[in-house]
Design a protein around this ligand. Structure first.
Ligand SMILES: Nc1ncnc2c1ncn2[C@@H]1O[C@H](COP(=O)(O)OP(=O)(O)OP(=O)(O)O)[C@@H](O)[C@H]1O
Length: 253
């Protein structure tokens, strides 16, 4: 049984003047310990899909289930990490930010919450700024706090919406490496959204390619680790994915 099962999901926004179809009949499954990437051009509905898996939006058609339980709303089994640097509570220290959902959503006793928060802050290498406030941290550090906060909840799946997109290239690369390092230690499950082909290949072991608006499944690339580890093949895979994503658009011009 898959950890996450998304089956024939259509997601629509209803505004006062129009109905926008963000994704159409999208299906995929995520297994435990997958680093599953949703990849596609801007506007293909990646963030909308993630929002729906998070329980913040219900499908107009199709079904989503986690551990065979239908998703009806948000839950502590799914934690979201966003692109924006302002997702932390500015009036709370790093430690208090990481402890906050442990106390409120997980309802852990304060001592236990603090011990767990300290352990995850150490995992992301931020112990020396544990008492600092978010406005004194760099963008990369704030994202690491958000990751520590998400991981400390020990959810069944981490939902990451372009978490490194607003970082400079070097910091982005470091954060990607750190995420992979954390993954090799704990083998958590992550559903990761990006529009960067290179980032998808670095992060994912499986990549779902979505067509432009409305998002439909174009293809799934499996076993990315094995393919991209072969000599010089990351570049080849990048080109193949590019061609798959943009073939139709290019022939149309
Ligand atoms: N709140 C909203 N109301 C109406 N339409 C929306 C809303 N949010 C998104 N959309 C539309 O739904 C479609 C999918 O948007 P979404 O943000 O999920 O795409 P995306 O693939 O994540 O894009 P990006 O990479 O630019 O973030 C787009 O056409 C967008 O304009």
């Amino acid at each position: 049984m898959a950890l996450l099962d998304v089956s024939g999901v259509t997601l629509r926004y209803k505004t006062s003047s129009a109905v926008v179809t963000a994704t159409e009949k999208v299906s995929f499954t995520v297994d435990k310990s997958d680093r599953f990437v949703l990849l596609g051009p801007s506007g293909c509905g990646k963030s909308t899909l993630l929002k729906a898996v998070g329980g913040y939006m219900l499908p107009s058609e199709g079904r989503m289930a986690i551990n065979d339980r239908e998703i009806h709303g948000p839950g502590a089994d799914r934690m979201m990490i966003f692109q924006e640097f302002d997702q932390l509570l500015p009036w709370k220290s790093v430690l208090a930010n990481v402890m906050f959902p442990l106390l409120t959503a997980r309802r852990l006793p304060r001592k236990e919450a603090e011990a767990r928060a300290r352990a995850y802050i150490e995992k992301v290498g931020l112990t020396r700024v544990i008492d600092a406030y978010p406005h004194t941290l760099s963008g990369g550090m704030k994202q690491r706090v958000a990751i520590a906060r998400g991981m400390a909840m020990e959810p069944d799946i981490l939902l990451m919406d372009e978490p490194f997109a607003a970082l400079d290239a070097l910091t982005r690369r470091t954060c990607q490496d750190e995420l992979l390092q954390l993954w090799s230690e704990t083998k958590f499950t992550v559903l990761f959204v990006t529009h960067s082909i290179a980032e998808a290949i670095r992060i994912g072991n499986r990549i779902l390619l979505l067509s432009p608006h409305p998002g439909r499944v174009k293809a799934e690339v499996v076993d990315v680790d094995r393919v991209s580890n072969e000599d010089g093949s990351a570049g080849r895979l990048e080109k193949e994915i590019h061609d798959l994503l943009f073939a139709q658009a290019e022939t149309a011009h």
